[in-house]
Design a binder for this molecule. Structure first.
Ligand code: ADP
Length: 623
């Protein structure tokens, strides 16, 4: 006993273990493939669905826009550039970051020199270059004379061109290359006390001051926490020149200057929000970079072990669902797992800047699903084949049984009729019989009647099973048939001192098979007499209502237990009480009655209260 229990537990445990091993094996193979494109796509979806981050308020942008070009009739020249720097200097902008190189600015030699002098003397002014100096080669990042004294800083724009998603989208920023920080972390540290404190403690730039920084090819990188395009409203270059705008708004701010005139794709990037070539200006991108660091809110990537664990668990769940649940509920569960997991990932991303892998968990669902569905199909197929074979055998046995019974019953009918005939001959013989002889002949006659009834039942069953029964409809008053049946069975009732009362409403004739319905009513009244105790009464009623003729047979017999009610119309069913008593029966009567009534498109029902009586209701359609 104990050993079989343990064996069962052992089998169950090993089954789960093998599923677990399968699931984690699939995971182990799957994580070898990076799926960067899909992961980045799902990352972008999260960026779009997340509530947009609020700007820190420390960054302002100025653009050479279509309005500037239209007003000046050209792009701003050296004189105008100098004027812009002077104006921003006059309101003490914190840092003036120019994405436009003064080298490219048009002007006479004097004008250019004047611009160079202003730019070099303004210590807030810095030209941002999309370049990184190699270690120890910082001077390589110098503008050509006369701008060689102007401060420059590297502010590269990494694009996922040949790496990661390879979809030309800018998602990352560079904080340092070979240990040398770029413009952004150094500037941002002056707006965030914690970062500043860490820098001071470490004696300069340190990646540990920022959240979400990761190392990639000798550089420190972080994902940009984007706000949608248009979040940073730019001020037009001309507006600043003409003082059309409140200069004061640039006081103490990081001011980024750039272009937005759609002359070159270099002035724009594609973002997680949009894959268009001009999705966002480099100016606004820089504003996003500064703010990501000032807020210190770069998305943090979950460690690989956590991603692998999640993928493994989802693989296991998929295997479990595919192997044990029904296909539709399995699909529903998998679908809700995918949706549920993505919702959790989205919440983690929105609320905690936490980025968990979504590509691997999703792909593992599909892979495990397609891997295990054929396996499941093979098992199911084998099972249904076994069922089919068993069913076939059962049907054959059933057929054999019915054929045998019909054959036998048919052959029994003639000898029974002969016995009945002989009994009648002896009973009507003019020579008087002794009382014992009379009793013997009467018993002979009664027993042969019972036998004949049983044989007819079995024969009818055979006819039903071979679908040989056909309705012979004739138009007749149902009451007439009911009266005939009651009269015929009255002698039987009298022998038990049972009174059969009738309450028959006047009915129109309807079409029905008289022979079959006679058997139905006879069976119901006979049962009522058979199962009722002596000195009780039986009530037979009829009425017509709402297109149905209803005949009810109620008795004051023992009733039928509730748990047996659903079975009494079944083939060969006899209740426990009937089986235990001397009351004879085949258990076929009600089965045949139900079959015959339903052949007429009618209904038969039973109501019974234990110890109080039983009522059978037969309804036949009038049309
Ligand atoms: P049987 O030949 O046993 O009467 P039936 O198919 O006519 O077979 O009835 C099935 C079972 O339903 C009976 O064995 C009996 O237990 C129960 N039954 C039928 N009619 C009555 C009734 N009027 N009162 C109590 N039990 C009944």
């Amino acid at each position: 006993m104990v050993s079989t229990r343990w064996r069962k537990i052992l089998i169950e445990v090993s089954r789960h273990l093998s599923r677990l091993v399968f699931a984690f094996a699939i995971t182990a193979v799957l994580v070898q493939f990076p799926f960067d494109y899909i992961e980045s796509f799902l990352y972008d979806v999260r960026v779009r669905l997340r509530p947009a981050p609020k700007p820190s308020g420390h960054v302002e942008t100025i653009v050479i826009d279509d309005f500037t070009v239209k007003t000046l009739g050209r792009v701003p020249n050296a004189i105008e550039f100098k004027k812009l720097i002077d104006r921003l200097g006059s309101v003490s902008a914190h840092t003036i970051v120019s994405l436009v190189s003064p080298v490219e600015t048009v002007g006479s030699l004097d004008e250019t020199r004047a611009l160079a002098a202003t730019a070099a003397s303004n210590e807030k002014f810095v030209v941002a270059l999309d370049d990184v100096p190699l270690g120890g080669e910082q001077d390589a990042l110098k503008l050509s004379p006369p701008f060689d004294k102007v401060r420059v800083a590297s502010a590269p724009v990494p694009v996922d061109r040949n790496i990661f998603a390879r979809d030309d989208v800018t998602r990352r920023m560079m904080l340092a290359y070979q240990g040398l920080p770029t413009l952004h972390p150094m500037t941002a540290s002056q707006f965030n006390k914690d970062i500043d404190a860490t820098f001071k403690a470490k004696g300069g730039y340190s990646a540990s001051a920022f959240q979400g920084v990761f190392e990639y090819l000798k550089s420190d990188q972080a994902y940009i926490q984007y706000a949608p395009t248009g979040t940073y409203k730019p001020t037009s270059y001309t507006a600043v020149l003409n003082d059309d705008t409140v200069l004061e708004k640039f006081r103490g701010k990081i001011v980024v200057i750039g272009r937005d005139i759609q002359t070159t794709s270099k002035d724009y990037v594609r973002t997680p929000y949009s894959r268009e070539i001009v999705a966002m200006t480099i100016v606004e991108l820089n504003a996003n970079m500064f703010d990501t660091l000032i807020r210190n809110a770069a998305p943090i990537q979950a460690p690989p072990w956590l991603n692998q664990l999640i993928t493994g668990l989802i693989s296991y769940l998929t295997v479990l669902v595919v192997l044990t649940l029904k296909p539709t509920s399995g699909l529903l569960i998998l679908l809700s797992t995918i949706i549920g997991y993505f919702t959790v990932a989205l919440v983690a991303f929105s609320a905690g800047d936490y980025w968990v892998d979504a590509a691997h968990p999703f792909l593992t669902v599909f892979i495990c699903y397609y891997f295990f569905i054929p396996y499941r199909l093979i098992i199911e197929n084998r099972r249904s084949w076994e069922y089919y074979q068993k069913n076939k055998l059962l049907t054959q046995v059933e057929e054999l049984k019915t054929n045998f019974l019909s054959m036998m019953s048919h052959d029994l009918k003639t000898p029974i009729a002969r016995i009945q005939g002989m009994a009648d001959v002896v009973r009507s013989d003019p020579n008087p019989l002794s009382s014992r002889q009379t009793e013997a002949v009467d018993t002979l006659r009664r027993s042969s009647d019972e036998l004949l009834e049983f044989v007819s039942g079995v024969l009818n069953l055979g006819r039903i099973e071979s679908k040989a029964i056909q309705l012979h409809l004739t138009s007749k008053d149902v009451n007439e048939l009911v009266r005939e049946v009651v009269n015929k069975l009255d002698y039987l009732a009298r022998s038990k001192h049972i009174e059969i009362r009738t309450e028959l409403d006047t009915l129109f004739s309807i079409k029905f098979d008289v022979d079959l319905m006679r058997q139905v009513f006879s069976n119901l009244v006979e049962n009522a007499i058979k199962y009722s105790p002596e000195n009780t009464s039986i009530l037979v009623t009829s009425e017509e209502r709402d297109g149905w003729v209803t005949v009810q047979v109620s008795d004051q017999g023992p009733g039928i237990p509730k748990d047996e009610l659903p079975h009494i119309f079944m083939k060969f069913y006899r209740s426990r009480n009937a089986k235990g008593s001397t009351i004879k029966g085949s258990g076929l009567g009600l089965y045949l009655a139900k079959y015959f009534v339903e052949l007429h498109k009618g209904r038969i029902q039973v109501d019974s209260n234990l110890g109080q009586g039983t009522t059978f209701t037969v309804e036949l359609p009038t049309a």
